[in-house]
Design a protein around this ligand. Sequence first.
Ligand SMILES: Nc1ncnc2c1ncn2[C@@H]1O[C@H](COP(=O)(O)OP(=O)(O)OP(=O)(O)O)[C@@H](O)[C@H]1O
Length: 428
Amino acid sequence: REEEEMAGGEEQQQERILVSVRLRPVNAREAERGDGTEWECAGPATLKFLGTIPERAMFPASYTYDRVFDPECSTRQVYDEGAKEVALSVLSGINCTCQTSIFAYGQTSSGKTYTMLGITEHSMAEIYAYIDQHPDREFILRFSAMEIYNEAVRDLLSSDTTPLRLLDDPEKGTVVEKLTEETLRDKGHLLELLAVCEAQRQIGETALNETSSRSHQILRLTVESSAKQFLGKGNSSTLQACVNFVDLAGSERASQTAASGMRLKEGSHINKSLLTLGKVIRQLSGGRNGHIPYRDSKLTRILQSSLGGNARTAIICTMSPAHCHVEQSRNTLLFANCAKNVVTNAQVNVVMSDKALVKHLQRELTRLENELKFPGSASCPTHAEVLKEKDEQIKKVWLVLVNHFLIIFTFMVTSYIYNNHLVLKYIM
Ligand SMILES: Nc1ncnc2c1ncn2[C@@H]1O[C@H](COP(=O)(O)OP(=O)(O)OP(=O)(O)O)[C@@H](O)[C@H]1O
């Protein structure tokens, strides 16, 4: 029955990016400097600028998002109210050709990694809990991980540090060539791989953060599921989806991070790609007119489908409440303001086998023929009208049946041509 309900396949839902802001507590360094708190949460969705500096008077006094979290909020609460809905949509078949993504964005030392670690853990735990509660379905989970360090893409599940190339695939968009994809045995296996990623990621010390992430990290979990009772019978359909957990490197001021040499170079790459991300978001928030500069950075190329189009996305913007970071915090909020105006279209997709589709249509035909033979209800005015209506319905079903045969045939011919002749373009 579940398989039957899935017939028809695709449904579009227009929605906005879910945007929340998390204030972290003042840290020891900021407290030592005697830096006061410049921001407070005035309700569940409003952030207030306390405006203690006269020259900041032109800043907006308050900002509204889907949710704001004060320094006392736990990561669990941030997950529940700012990410869970998006993360778990991976289980309802939001299409894999679109991207379900959760981003952490903010200046260096504002709490992105702290937040994303928790969000990833909670999401994975709930995905596995869901799998345990659905023994009637067969799940296949695959995991991959990459980082973008100094504009080079690196596989975090491989010890080979050779930069990976980006390819333009006509169907999937930008794909990372030769990226390792592990099929997960169980939750323990996933935790092992997460630990490998943590160990492999580029971390460095700056004046603002002892363990500053020097790269953008993208963890990707792909979930495929089918109903067990239909498996191997040729009439099964598969739900496919994937979710990205994106921990961006933080924007930074060289004067504040006291960066020089290697750290300075890293900082300039980070700022450049974040600038492109900002431009893309700004352009998208204006209704996607004109050129959108996705190709100006590896980050925006890889995340293109998460940002516009066929996507479901949550962004958690992290902020320090301290006085010394007001300028950077304001930039973060400007980014958040643009992000909340970006509209995406999530498609719920079911990959249905040809046989399943034909069977479904045949069953519908039989049902209509039976209704015609045994008109059970007296609600129709005349027998002739009933017959005419049923005739029309049968014609329609036949038309749909013929159409689907044509689509399947065209698809098979196109696949044949594609497999034999089409070569992906290689573009770095
Ligand atoms: N909400 C929070 N509650 C308590 N501690 C936090 C919170 N957010 C961040 N921290 C602490 O602040 C420090 C910096 O956090 P984190 O490394 O997550 O920042 P970041 O934004 O990822 O920085 P970078 O961009 O430099 O990598 C860490 O020691 C972290 O434990």
